[in-house]
Design a protein around this ligand. Structure first.
Ligand SMILES: [Zn+2]
Ligand SMILES: [Zn+2]
Length: 176
């Protein structure tokens, strides 16, 4: 179980169709539910820019959940290992707090949202913690640094101790 797994080791539970996710000291994979789309990203700076939770109303709808758990990767350090041609994009600026256009890239087959790219964040992609294949990374190197739009958080969830709490948008800070 994820909760009781040894956090010093990689942990790949049954969580989708692909069985070839991996992680090493510097990099790891993120894969969609059906396995068609797989990304490779760095697990530390400078390629890994930040890790954050967002409760904004836009994130609720786009994730079909109550909040989004995200990590920001510099595009120079993001690799599409497979399935880039199977991504479908949807863009709009009507609901984003900043008014910037956000472009969302989904797997055409299974609908997993792989990343968002925002006009306001040039050169960066905002990936989803839930797509990371090594589940222990989200508790170690990819543990969220900050939680934003806490004023929009559903009342039955609380902020996590040790995670900075911010109303409105937090500025991304580089991980070391
Ligand atoms: Zn898929
Ligand atoms: Zn949001």
């Amino acid at each position: 179980m994820a909760a009781t797994s040894d956090k010093s080791k990689p942990y790949f539970p049954l969580a989708g169709i692909a069985k070839d996710g991996w992680s090493n000291d510097d990099e790891a994979t993120a894969t969609c539910f059906c396995g068609t789309v797989q990304l490779k990203f760095p697990t530390h700076g400078p390629g890994l820019v930040d890790v954050f939770i967002c409760n904004c109303t836009d994130c609720r709808k786009i994730t079909a959940s109550m909040f989004a758990s995200n990590f920001v990767v510099a595009d120079t350090h993001l690799t599409h290992l497979r399935g880039k041609e199977n991504l479908s994009t949807y863009s709009q600026s009507h609901t984003t707090a900043s008014g910037n256009v956000m472009t969302n890239s989904f797997c055409k087959t299974c609908g997993t949202l792989m990343y968002r790219v925002g006009q306001g964040f040039p050169g960066m992609s905002i990936l989803r913690l839930g797509t990371v294949d090594d589940f222990n990374l989200v508790e170690t190197k990819l543990k969220p640094r900050v939680e934003q739009f806490i004023e929009d958080r559903v009342a039955w969830l609380g902020g996590k101790e040790g995670v900075e709490q911010v109303e409105g948008a937090a500025m991304f800070k580089a991980k070391r």
